[in-house]
Write a protein that binds this ligand. Structure first.
Ligand code: QAP
Ligand code: CO
Length: 201
């Protein structure tokens, strides 16, 4: 099921990611623990932040990125679970990736409601690179949010879209997916990650 957010369809008709590469904060940065503040001003700065977040997400590459992950404690996340990434060789013999089939989504001040069912899905996170683990989430959700003009919307989500929205929404509450695991798994994965990080990998 490809979900599109109608309001962005026209705006992103000829979308090609561009902007500024933002720094992604990794665990255990304190910014990832903070509860993010609602967005109140729907201005041009908000739009460029959203575009820069999308650019940073596509470059990473990732399928979702929340504002706290780039050091901004506001209730915003961006997502694209549909785009394709293909390895290509340039004329000069160097390698690159070509991205296509973009379906960028932007959620501002999201609220998850009406959680139904249960799903186990292997998650990762750009703030905990190299760590992947199965997490239990609601299978289907309704999500209320605002677009970058401040207009209100509600969508229904299931499967990966639902999982990804719940994962990104957790970032706005200061929760990293490791917190959703058993204490045993969490401690094991955190130790492994911090050891690798210390070695500079
Ligand atoms: C959240 O995460 C998500 O470890 C988005 O080395 C992920 O985009 C929700 C990434 C999966 C549901 C399922 C992770 C990139 C990207 C890494 C991401 C890495 C490079 C994670
Ligand atoms: Co994450």
């Amino acid at each position: 099921m490809k979900t599109t957010i109608a309001v962005y369809e026209e705006a992103f008709k000829d979308f090609s990611p561009s902007g500024e590469l933002l720094k992604i904060f990794t665990y255990p940065s304190p910014i990832l623990k903070k509860v993010a503040k609602p967005v109140e001003d729907f201005n041009e700065d908000l739009k460029s932040l959203c575009l820069n977040m999308l650019y940073t997400m596509y470059k990473a590459p990732g399928i979702g990125l929340a504002a706290p992950q780039v050091g901004i404690s506001e209730r915003i996340f961006v997502m694209d679970i549909d785009y394709k990434r293909e390895a290509v060789t340039r004329a000069d013999g160097t390698n690159d990736y070509q991205l296509s089939h973009f379906n960028p989504m932007i959620f501002i001040n999201p609220v998850i409601e009406n959680k139904r069912g249960e799903i186990l899905y292997q998650e990762g996170c750009l703030s905990v690179p190299g760590v992947y683990e199965d997490v239990k989430r609601a299978e289907e959700i309704s999500v209320k949010f605002q677009d970058w003009d401040g207009n209100h919307h509600t969508i229904e989500a299931n499967e990966l879209l639902s999982v990804c929205i719940q994962h990104e929404n957790d970032h706005l509450e200061g929760i990293v997916f490791l917190e959703r695991l058993s204490m045993l798994k969490k401690n094991l994965l955190m130790k492994k990650f911090l050891k690798k990080k210390k070695k500079g990998k």
